[in-house]
Design a protein around this ligand. Structure first.
Ligand SMILES: [Zn+2]
Length: 250
């Protein structure tokens, strides 16, 4: 039985049997995997708070025919800054959930790991405007998994969108569509929203909150990404709680 180890994020955790956890981890080297931590729910467990959600932990485990067995764990980052703010925690947890929903077990998406780490680090330093950071996270996550929304040119005729004020965003067509082409199920968006989405994609997580987006623009963007994610990944990617209060309609 080979003993393995990795540095991994705790992205999901469920109670199992009397005192165990089944933990879904997102490791730097091995990607997403699930393991069982025996006795981890006992008050005197050697694991302590290692498996608190979002923790970055050093994990030692060994493979078996089913789930891996986690034999040791030590938390490296526990994000005390994030845990000071209810909104920041929720943003972190929703980002973790979308990683869990989109990555396959054993998927070694190193860039997604880095994005997740940078996003949590930035949130740990500053809890304000967490929604902007969350929005940028989903945009980049989609991009890294091969679904970058086309924002520069009409997905149908290839015309540049620079200067266009009336445009549609069509999940089915993979991005923006000009008014000449039109789309069956497009969402009307402003030129300003299109430009801000481009910036959110290109700026690193440490800088996206400089954009100072209005809450209306943020909520519209979430709606747009939810539809885009649902269409391309064929599953629910964004949590319901990520969708604000449903006040924004197209
Ligand atoms: Zn067009």
């Amino acid at each position: 039985m080979a003993i393995k180890n990795d540095v991994a994020f705790v992205i999901r955790r469920i109670d199992f049997r009397e005192s165990d956890y089944i933990v879904t981890l997102f490791g730097k080297e091995v990607g997403k995997f699930a393991g069982i931590a025996k006795g981890a729910r006992k008050s005197d467990s050697k694991f302590g708070g290692v498996f608190d959600l979002l923790n970055l932990s050093e994990i030692v485990y060994y493979g078996s025919s089913g789930l891996d067995f986690i034999s040791e764990g030590e938390a490296i980052r526990t994000w005390e800054g994030i845990r000071k703010s209810g909104e920041a925690i929720n943003v972190g947890l929703r980002c973790a959930r979308s990683v869990d929903r989109l990555l396959e077990e054993g998927g070694r998406e190193k860039e997604v790991y880095d994005l997740f780490k940078q996003t949590l680090s930035s949130l740990d330093q500053k809890q304000e405007e967490a929604r902007t950071l969350e929005l940028a996270f989903y945009l980049k996550l989609f991009y890294l998994l091969g679904y970058k929304p086309e924002l520069e040119r009409c997905t149908k005729c290839g015309k540049t969108m620079e200067g266009e004020s009336r445009l549609l965003f069509s999940p089915r067509d993979g991005g923006v569509v000009c008014s000449d082409c039109g789309a069956e199920e497009g969402l009307a968006i402003s030129g300003g929203l299109r430009k801000n989405l481009i910036k959110l994609l290109s700026l690193p997580p440490t800088q996206v909150r400089r954009l100072k987006l209005s809450s209306e623009l943020i909520e519209k963007s979430f709606l747009l990404l939810e539809k885009f994610g649902q269409y391309h990944f064929d599953r629910k990617v964004l949590s319901d709680t990520a969708m604000g209060r449903g006040a924004v309609k197209f």
